[in-house]
Design a protein. Structure first.
Length: 103
């Protein structure tokens, strides 16, 4: 049985301003089984233990090479490019400001 994996570079979380944990590429398995609630406790669980595995690589090429070596079908999701707009504090008081400045 061939497994499907997803290779991506994680985005930064909303709780951090830096990009520390976004450098590596992650290879994770697509879910093979549904999550079902446990009859006794009601917790969501699955018989698919591969869903807990996340492999980290330095580059997308390394992750693709590993997936090909193992015989897994893969999809690579490339990250969107960051668009940094330069801002200055003086722009708040510019004469040609589009919106009115209020407190």
């Amino acid at each position: 049985m061939t497994r499907e994996v997803r290779i991506y570079q994680p985005a930064k979380t909303a709780m951090q301003s830096g990009r520390a944990k976004t450098r590596n590429w992650v290879l994770e398995f697509e879910p093979a089984a549904r999550n079902t609630p446990d009859a006794l406790m009601g917790w969501a669980g699955s018989s698919d233990t591969d869903a807990q595995v996340k492999l980290r690589f330095d580059s997308a090429e390394d992750a693709v090479a590993h997936a090909e070596k193992e015989g897994w079908t893969y999809t690579v999701q490339h990250p969107k490019k960051r668009r940094i707009r330069p801002k200055a504090y003086a722009d708040n008081f510019a004469v040609n400001r589009v919106q009115s400045w209020t407190h």
